[in-house]
Design a protein around this ligand. Structure first.
Ligand code: UDP
Length: 405
C-alpha cells in the first residue's frame, strides 16, 4: 500500500518529551517506519519539522516538512494553507491508497483530501476534546472549533483507529456512533530500546543514581494533566530518605512552566532537591536505561488515551504504579504488573508504591510479568493490525458528511 500520513502539529522526528512532541510523534514515527520496513510506501506530511523540505528517511519512507512559519495568521488559516499544499502533493501522486490523520488538526486536512481527491480517510485522534472536558479540564478558545471538527470527521471517516478500548468507548458515548469502522489498535514498543536486564547496577551508574537507592521514575511532557508535581508530592509522601525521583522530560502546554516550577518548589521545601533528578527531555534511544535503573515508574496522569510510558516501563521489567484511567487501566494489570490507583492523592500513590518498594520478590515477579505483556506488543504488531484494518478500505460516499452539503 501507499499511505499518506498527516501529522500537522508535531514532527515525528523531533525528540519527544517537551512542547508538542510526545506520544503522537513516537506513534507516527514507529508506525510509519514499520510499514515502510514491511514493503509499503509512506509519505508523512508535517508542519512542525525544523528543516523544511522533502526528506528521504529510509527506503519507502519520506518526510514532507512544509514550513509553517506564518505565526501571525490564526490557526485555522494556517491549517487551511497547510492543507492546500498537502492536497497539491497528494494530487500529483497517482498511487496513494489512503490518508491517515493524526490528531484533530490533521484530521481536518485529511478530511479535505477525502472530499477533494476521493481518498479513503483513516483517523487516529490521540486525544478527544470532549473526553478532556468530561474529566473536568477547562475549555480553551479552540474547544468549540475542535469539537465541531472532531464530530464532523467522525461523520465522514472510513476508519477510526483508536489506541485503547477506553478511547473507543469515549468516541461512541461522547460523539455518537461513528460512520465508518471503529477499530482498536494498540500502540507498541521498540524491543531494541525497551527490554529487561538482569542487573540494575550498570543502568544506575549510567544515569548517576546511587546503586542502593529506591529509584522512582517519571517520564513524559511536564504539565499538570500528567501529574508531574503530584509525582513529586507522592514521592515525598513516602518519607524515605533513601529514595530518589528521576524526572525525564520538559515543560509542555499552557501550564508546563508553572508545573515545572512547582516540581522544584516541592522538593526544595522538603529539603529533598539533592534526591530529585531533573534530566530534561531525552531521546528515546536512552530511555531503556532510565526504566531499567528504576524500581518503579510512576504515571499519575489525570487521563491517558493510551500511555506509552507505562508499556515501555513494563517492557523493561519495571513495575508501573498508575492512575486507573483510560489506556493505563488496559496496560497495567493491577497487583500483577504494578498497581492502579483510583484516588489521585499523594497518600494513595505513596501507599501503592510502598508495596512494590518494600518487597523485592513481589517487584521482580511484577517486572517479569510486565516484560511478558509488553513483548507481545511491538510496533511490528501495531503495523500489522493497522494494515489489516486498512487493507479493505475504500472511500465511502460523501453524502452523510456535513461538509458535503
Ligand atoms: N519520551 C521521550 N523522551 C522524553 C520524554 C518522553 O522519548 O524525554 C517519549 C516516551 O518514551 C513515550 C512518549 O514520549 O514514548 C510519551 O508518550 P505517552 O503516551 O506516555 O504520553 P503523550 O505524550 O502521548 O501524552
Amino acid at each position: 500500500m501507499h499511505i499518506a500520513m498527516i501529522a500537522y502539529h508535531a514532527s515525528p522526528f523531533a525528540t519527544p518529551g517537551a512542547g508538542a512532541n510526545g506520544g503522537m510523534s513516537v506513534y507516527v514515527r514507529n508506525l510509519a517506519t514499520q510499514l515502510a520496513r514491511s514493503g509499503h510506501e509512506v509519505d508523512i506530511f508535517t508542519g512542525a519539522h525544523d528543516v523544511p523540505g522533502r526528506h528521504r528517511i529510509e527506503p519507502g519512507l519520506w518526510l514532507h516538512a512544509l514550513s509553517d512559519d506564518d505565526r501571525e495568521r490564526d490557526l485555522t488559516r494556517r491549517v487551511d494553507h497547510f492543507a492546500e499544499r498537502v492536497l497539491e502533493a497528494l494530487d500529483r501522486s497517482t498511487s496513494i491508497d489512503a490518508v491517515h490523520a493524526n490528531y484533530w488538526l490533521s484530521a481536518v486536512v485529511a478530511h479535505s483530501a477525502k472530499h477533494e481527491l476521493g481518498l479513503p480517510l483513516a483517523v487516529t485522534f490521540h486525544t478527544l476534546e470532549r473526553a478532556k472536558l468530561r474529566l473536568g479540564q477547562p475549555p480553551s478558545h479552540l474547544t468549540e472549533a475542535r469539537v465541531y471538527q472532531e464530530q464532523r470527521v467522525l461523520g465522514c471517516a472510513d476508519l477510526i483507529v483508536s489506541s485503547s478500548r477506553a478511547e473507543a468507548t469515549w468516541l461512541r458515548t461522547l460523539y455518537g456512533p461513528p460512520r465508518g469502522q471503529l477499530v482498536v489498535v494498540e500502540p507498541g514498543i521498540d524491543p531494541a530500546v525497551f527490554s529487561p536486564t538482569l542487573s540494575r547496577g550498570p543502568a544506575r551508574r549510567a544515569i548517576g543514581v546511587p546503586p542502593d537507592a529506591s529509584v522512582i521514575l517519571w517520564v513524559g511532557r511536564i504539565q499538570s494533566l500528567k501529574g508531574t508535581a503530584l509525582a513529586v508530592a507522592s514521592w515525598l509522601e513516602l518519607d524515605d530518605p533513601r529514595s530518589h525521583l528521576v524526572v525525564v522530560g520538559g515543560p509542555s502546554g499552557d501550564d508546563g512552566d508553572r508545573e515545572f516550577a512547582e516540581v522544584r518548589r516541592l522538593a526544595e521545601d522538603a529539603g529533598a532537591s539533592d534526591r530529585l533528578h531533573l534530566v530534561g527531555p531525552r531521546p528515546q534511544i536512552e530511555l531503556g536505561t532510565y526504566y531499567r535503573a528504576a524500581n518503579l515508574t510512576l504515571v499519575p496522569s489525570e487521563s491517558e488515551t493510551f500511555g506509552l510510558v507505562a508499556l515501555e516501563s513494563l517492557a523493561c521489567a519495571t513495575p508501573v504504579v498508575a492512575t486507573r484511567t483510560g489506556g493505563l487501566a488496559e496496560i497495567v494489570d493491577d497487583g500483577r504488573t504494578g498497581a492502579l490507583v483510583d484516588e489521585r492523592t499523594p497518600r494513595a500513590f505513596a501507599d501503592r508504591m510502598a508495596l512494590v518498594l518494600r518487597d523485592p520478590v513481589v517487584a521482580r515477579r511484577m517486572g517479569e510479568r510486565g516484560a511478558r505483556r509488553a513483548r507481545g506488543r511491538t510496533w511490528a504488531h501495531t503495523a500489522n493490525d493497522f494494515l489489516t484494518s486498512l487493507a479493505d478500505l475504500s472511500a465511502t460516499p460523501l453524502d452523510a458528511c456535513a461538509s458535503c452539503a
